[in-house]
Design a protein around this ligand. Structure first.
Ligand code: CA
Length: 236
């Protein structure tokens, strides 16, 4: 049975989340502060953490940072719960390694769909090795190794979340071809995904920052989606 750690200091919301998660046949534990969240994650090794951002003692972003810094907990996926108007926190959280987010007030349907997405992806990730071979792009400036899940920029490894890696890999497999947000979502999260276009945008923003001077290789195609730009723009 998959185990979900729910970090939420508002009892009514915690209870609501717990109710819906348990109805899906998952086990749960609720904690109400950042420090308890870190303790419970280390002790119970949950399959996913549902993490409210506004918490007493340590806030959600600090919890995220600490979990992702610790080798024992960094692989555990995090679904953030943010209040409306906290978009910058969401971007920060995704950059810190959180996998997805929902905004309060959220519908149970959306919450469960995102949770299932994360858990499903978790099952698919194991070393199948059939994902294809290493890609070398931009004269070797970017090397993507799907088997080892490594990206090198100018020969130096960069730290990407599973989702960021998936987006980059998906775009880089067909350089120069535009992909819609829906295509990206389908490729990264599976066909029944209930992610929004905005989620893709947030992951792309984080991905570009990590790519540094190579960020322009992820090109925005206005009104359509994104593409991996084959070469540096000739005429700016
Ligand atoms: Ca809260």
């Amino acid at each position: 049975m998959k185990h979900v750690l729910i970090v939420e200091d508002e009892p009514e919301i915690a209870e609501l989340i717990q109710f819906h998660v348990r109805r899906e046949g998952l086990s749960t534990r609720v904690v109400a502060s950042g420090r308890q969240a870190i303790e419970a994650t280390r002790r119970d090794a949950p399959d996913v953490v549902v993490l409210d951002l506004m918490l007493p003692d340590l806030d959600g972003l600090e919890v995220c940072r600490r979990l992702k810094q610790n080798p024992d907990t960094r692989e555990i996926p995090i679904l953030m719960v943010s209040a409306k108007g906290e978009e910058t926190d969401v971007v920060t959280g995704i950059e810190l390694g959180a996998d997805d987010y929902v905004t309060k007030p959220f519908s149970a349907k959306v919450l469960i769909a995102r949770l299932k997405n994360i858990l499903r992806r978790d099952e698919q990730t194991p070393t199948s090795g059939s994902e294809g071979s290493r890609l070398s792009l931009r004269d070797g400036s970017i090397i993507i190794d799907p088997d080892r899940h490594v990206v090198l920029c100018h020969g130096r490894p960069i730290e990407l979340t599973v989702t960021e890696f998936g987006v980059l890999h998906h775009l880089a497999m067909r350089p120069g071809f535009v992909r819609t947000r829906d295509q990206i979502i389908a490729a990264v999260h599976g066909k029944s995904a209930v992610l929004t276009s905005r989620t893709v945008d947030v992951h792309v923003t984080a991905l570009r920052r990590k790519l540094g001077d190579l960020s322009e290789c992820i090109e925005t195609v206005r009104g359509v989606g994104y593409r991996f730009a084959e070469a540096l723009p000739v005429d700016g």
